[in-house]
Structures are given as structure tokens and as C-alpha cells.
Design a protein around this ligand. Structure first.
Ligand SMILES: [Mn+2]
Length: 278
């Protein structure tokens, strides 16, 4: 049995099927971890969701910012742009199946068996593993509950910029969601910068990638994430970034998490998008 993590697919079904062939993924025995942004901009969002739904039971997905955007749009809370290519899902007769599947997916996934944790953007350096799991669960509880739009309608925004355990209500859930689905840079006081999307070299003074801060509360657990396509693959002893820019004409990447040495397997992706990452 093998656990495979795959980077940001963003609706690129043909790349995903090619990659599953290349790693010889076996649904009977293997498990697939998807780092989120399953949809968004790519040519076949319904095809990607159909494939993942067909693999339910052997696939674990975490939600990315594009997946949450689709959910928000499905409740009429956001307009979608043509380049997002989310209308095929929103206008599909089976749209409820896709939306209900996404509402069930968590913001974080941890396996004690293999000692890896997965979140779309990353884990907050000032939260322990158990705090991360607990806080992500607060958002999932609302998404899986009877009134997910009560959260989604207040989800957007860059504030609060810093964590305070006393945060409550919409502000608390927004901060947690921003950490797991949008975070790239923090300063040493734990404040998030959610505006900067390009290379860390041009980050605002005092801000570093979240994975450059030591997180003692993670102990020896390793983190796999996506979201930051301008970084390309990130390979550090504790952190593995898998967004190799599939949607930007780069590659879609997979890694076998039980391997002693990180061994990235990837397939090329077509030039499917021409605008800057968001
Ligand atoms: Mn993303």
C-alpha cells in the first residue's frame, strides 16, 4: 500500500489521469492525497471532481482557495470570472453532487500512521499540530452543517491579520481559513501578509514564507502543501510544496509519502492559462 500526494490540479483532468497512470495508482490498495485547488481555471473541473468522487474511500482532499470560491459562488455569494472556468460545475445538472462533495472535504488532513499532515497553503507556525487540527475542524463543522452559507458569506477578507485565541465568530473562522487556504508570508509576530503572491525575494520587509519559521509544535510531523506556484517545488526536510504550476504550463507533481527519500514524479501540462496566479 502506498500514499501518494498530488499538487494543485485546478481542473486539469488529462494531466491528473496521466499522472495516476505514471505512478501506477491502485485504488484497491493505495491512498491519494490531493493538496486542494481541485478546480479553478483549468479545462475540465467536472471531470476532475467526477474522478475524485469515483475514488471516494481511497482519496483525501483538502480545500483550497479556488474550491472555496466555487462553494461561495454556488450559494450565489460571489460572481465567477470567465477565466475561473467554474461555470461548467455551477451549470451542471449534477452540480449538487459536486458541491456536496466539496462541502465534506476538510481544511487539513493528518495521518499518524505515516506522520504527514496536508493543508492547501500550509500550517501556521505558531499552532501545534493538535491546535491546527482543532481549528481546521471548527471551519469544517460549519461547512458540513446545515447553514454553510453563514460562514461563506463572511469568509472573504484579509483581517484579522494576527491570531488571538480569543477571536470568535466570523473573524475567527476567516483567520483560520486564510491560514490553511491562502497563507504564504508571515512576520515574526505571526501576522499574515495575504497580498504578496510572487517570489519571497520580493516580499515586504520583515515577512518570510511560513515554512521558514520553526514550529516546535509540529514535533517530527512533515507537511505537504500546494498553493504557491511561483515557488515551484519546495523540498525541505520538514516541508514539501507540490504546486509546480500545472495550470501555468508547468507540471503536475506527485510524491510517494512513505518513501525515505522524496522522489517527485511529474507530468507536463499544456499551456492552459495566460494570466497571473491569484
Ligand atoms: Mn491556491
Amino acid at each position: 500500500m502506498a500514499t501518494w500526494a498530488i499538487g494543485d490540479v485546478q481542473g486539469c483532468l488529462s494531466s491528473l489521469t496521466q499522472l495516476l497512470d505514471k505512478i501506477a495508482f491502485r485504488p484497491e490498495t493505495d491512498e491519494l492525497w490531493m493538496v486542494g485547488d481541485l478546480v479553478g481555471r483549468g479545462p475540465d473541473p467536472c471531470g476532475v471532481l467526477d474522478l475524485l468522487i469515483s475514488l471516494e474511500g481511497c482519496v483525501v482532499c483538502v480545500l483550497g482557495n479556488h474550491d472555496l470560491h466555487l462553494l461561495s459562488a454556488s450559494f450565489g455569494l460571489q460572481q465567477v470570472k470567465a477565466e475561473d472556468n467554474l461555470l461548467p460545475v455551477l451549470q451542471h445538472p449534477g452540480r449538487a453532487k459536486y458541491i456536496n462533495f466539496l462541502l465534506k472535504q476538510p481544511l487539513i488532513h493528518f495521518s499518524a500512521d505515516i506522520n504527514w499532515v496536508m493543508a492547501h497553503a500550509g500550517v501556521y507556525p505558531w499552532w501545534s499540530l493538535s491546535e491546527s487540527v482543532k481549528h481546521a475542524g471548527e471551519v469544517s463543522l460549519v461547512l458540513k452543517g446545515r447553514n454553510p452559507e453563514s460562514f461563506l458569506e463572511h469568509m472573504y477578507g484579509d483581517h484579522p491579520v494576527n491570531w488571538d485565541p480569543k477571536l470568535s465568530g466570523e473573524d475567527r473562522l476567516r483567520f483560520i481559513t486564510n491560514v490553511f487556504t491562502r497563507m504564504r508570508l508571515c512576520d515574526e509576530r505571526g501576522r499574515l501578509d495575504l497580498k504578496h503572491k510572487s517570489s519571497p525575494a520580493s516580499a515586504p520587509v520583515g515577512f518570510l514564507p511560513w515554512f521558514d519559521y520553526e514550529n516546535r509544535g509540529l514535533a517530527d510531523t512533515r507537511v505537504v502543501f500546494g498553493h504557491w506556484s511561483t515557488l515551484g517545488l519546495v523540498q525541505k526536510p520538514r516541508y514539501l510544496g507540490l504546486d509546480s504550476g500545472c495550470i501555468w504550463g508547468g507540471r503536475l507533481s506527485a510524491v510517494h509519502l512513505e518513501s525515505e527519500h522524496v522522489n517527485i514524479i511529474s507530468v507536463p501540462c499544456g499551456p492552459t492559462a495566460t494570466i497571473e496566479p491569484a
